[in-house]
Design a binder for this molecule. Structure first.
Ligand SMILES: Nc1ncnc2c1ncn2[C@@H]1O[C@H](COP(=O)(O)OP(=O)(O)OP(=O)(O)O)[C@@H](O)[C@H]1O
Ligand SMILES: [Mg+2]
Length: 322
């Protein structure tokens, strides 16, 4: 556990001997200082313009996305939050061409998702991780499972072996090669699913509530693994989550409501906008919520409290003044 991700977690959640600058330095090296808009065409990875999507039902249509304009740069770590049914999953599915826009455009790495010829290239660049790891594991051993996508590309077996080895090391799965996936813990299963996607060498992981079915240890494993891929390899993370503490770890947070992006900015701005979050039926981090209540009770606390160490620093400073 002596890696930056583990250190961050200890400092961030478990261990009060944190150092704020260190945490920030570990958090987002790939995107530090950079929130939208993307600075140049070259840095641009995903662009959605006037994106609309309608599901067609027997008795009508549901407009799930209602005109989204969005740019995401290479290497960005973006969290997407919003109430149930606000369109988060639908948006994510547009980024690996699982869905085609009903109107407007989505361009991924210069390729339009409306053009079926681009589907294989787009899906190689953007791999999707779903909520339930059991639905993503198909083979009888971990090694075979991770190799599954590569086998479909008909790569030479030596290349497949090397890549499987490489991603197993990156996700701390070495030693589990011959293990049946169904006997793994939830966190291990989700890391195997990520390894399978990663073996395809994507630029981007699209994660739809990847920790929703995991216990705190499993959540931590998956988050640390994903964050390390972002910080060490510059892999984009687009992470849909209902956990504010997870969204707070991203470099940028999008808030969706009724098929639109209603807020887009760094976590310290978006997740401290408590009135907006409450209006949408959402919550911020425990520390931000508590700071909000204390401010309402008359305590003078800074507006930017999001993490527990920020709240504890502010409370200590307040206590010293009285
Ligand atoms: N396959 C489908 N067929 C018809 N309507 C759908 C389908 N999938 C989603 N919808 C509708 O589209 C809208 C957006 O759904 P979506 O799943 O994208 O929301 P979400 O923000 O991911 O919600 P959740 O937080 O519950 O996962 C909802 O009104 C939903 O009922
Ligand atoms: Mg969803």
């Amino acid at each position: 556990m002596d890696m930056p991700g583990a250190l961050l977690y200890k400092q961030n959640i478990g261990d009060r001997r944190y150092r704020k600058q260190e945490v920030q330095a570990y958090c987002f090296p790939a995107i530090r200082g950079g929130v939208c808009p993307v600075s140049s065409e070259q840095d641009l990875f995903i662009r959605a313009e006037r994106l609309r999507y309608r599901y067609t039902l027997e008795n009508g249509v549901v407009e799930a996305l209602s005109g989204i304009d969005l740019e995401i740069g290479r290497g960005e770590y973006v969290a997407v939050i919003g109430p149930n049914g606000s369109g988060k999953t639908t948006l994510l599915k547009h980024f690996n061409a699982l869905l085609k826009p009903s109107a407007g455009t989505v361009i991924v790495s210069g390729l339009s998702t409306a053009d079926e010829e681009n589907f294989p290239a787009i899906r190689r660049q953007c791999g999707m991780i779903f909520q339930n790891p059991d639905n993503q594991l198909v083979a009888t051993t971990v090694e075979e499972d991770i190799a599954f996508g590569l086998e479909n590309l008909a790569l030479p077996s030596r290349v497949i072996r090397d890549r499987v080895c490489e991603v197993m090391r990156a996700l701390n799965l070495s030693g589990l090669e011959q293990h049946p996936p169904h006997l793994l813990s939830g966190g291990e299963k989700q890391r195997v699913a990520i390894a399978g996607v990663l073996a395809m060498r994507p630029q981007c992981l699209l994660m739809d509530e990847p920790t929703a079915m995991l216990d705190p240890a499993g959540q931590r494993e998956v988050l640390e693994a994903a964050r390390k891929l972002n910080s060490d390899q510059g892999i984009n993370l687009i992470h849909v989550t209902h956990f504010p503490e997870e969204a707070a770890l991203a470099g940028r947070v999008l808030v969706m409501d009724q098929g639109q992006v209603v807020r887009d900015g760094p976590p310290v701005e978006v997740l401290t906008d408590i009135s907006l979050l409450h209006r949408l039926g959402l919550q911020s981090t425990v520390s931000a919520e508590l700071a909000f209540l204390l401010r309402q009770g008359g305590m003078l606390l800074p507006a930017e409290i999001l993490h527990d160490w920020e709240l504890s620093e502010a409370l200590c400073a307040f206590a010293l003044k009285i």
